[in-house]
Design a protein around this ligand. Structure first.
Ligand SMILES: [Zn+2]
Length: 212
């Protein structure tokens, strides 16, 4: 396997529940497949949706299928400012105590009470990749990005391990723009310390004169 981690950019998008979708598009409505996305089983849909916050609106936002149990809107921190919705960084699926928004189709509108998140940057990998890299599910790692004059080391990158996952790091548009990436950006996992250490402790140590 490769230790080169391809980096893919997730533009703002919506995962929707069947219930919310049918409230917006009609009681018999189904998602219409357009194309497969990088993670097996995930696909872009023909249907588009408008997401509204107190300060702004994004029209024609992409819906990714299949249906989820709960609707989840993934945006960047820049998007959160435009919408006027607080940017809450969460792993996908962890939407307790997150802000809601208004969703609009051509002729209907609903308000969802929660589900707007800024996705925590993450790496999808198979159990085989995880074993080779000696990493476990939910571990947080550093990723050094290949760049042309603006390399970044991303901290707090959570690793998600599942037999159905294909190796890829997902960042949002803000994160992708923060390093000068080319057509096929990639990074490598770098290790600075053991798993029990974290960036908060690292900063505290440096401030108190401890250099590891
Ligand atoms: Zn992802």
């Amino acid at each position: 396997m490769s230790i080169k981690i391809p980096i893919e950019t997730s533009a703002r998008h919506v995962h929707i529940s069947k219930e919310d979708f049918q409230q917006l598009f009609g009681p018999e409505a189904e998602l219409h497949y357009i194309k497969e996305l990088s993670q097996p089983g995930q696909y872009l849909c023909q249907e588009r949706i408008t997401v509204c916050g107190p300060r702004g609106t994004f029209e024609n936002m992409a819906i990714l299928g299949p249906f989820r149990n709960e609707t989840q809107i993934e945006i960047s921190l820049t998007d959160s400012r435009k919408l006027g919705i607080p940017g809450v960084i969460r792993q996908s699926g962890d939407i307790g105590n997150t802000p809601g928004c208004i969703l609009r189709s051509a002729d209907r509108q609903i308000e969802i009470p929660r589900g707007v998140i800024v996705a925590k940057r993450h790496i999808h990998m198979s159990p085989g990749d995880a074993a080779s890299l000696q990493i476990h599910d939910n571990e947080e790692v550093f990723v050094l990005t290949k760049s042309y004059g603006r390399a970044l080391i991303y901290a707090d990158v959570v690793v998600r391990v599942h037999p159905g996952f294909r190796l890829a790091m997902h960042v949002d548009t803000d994160e992708a723009n923060a390093f000068s990436s080319d057509k096929d950006p990639y990074g490598v996992i770098v290790r600075f310390f053991d798993q029990n250490y974290n960036t908060h402790k690292w900063i505290d140590d440096v401030l108190s004169g401890i250099h590891r």
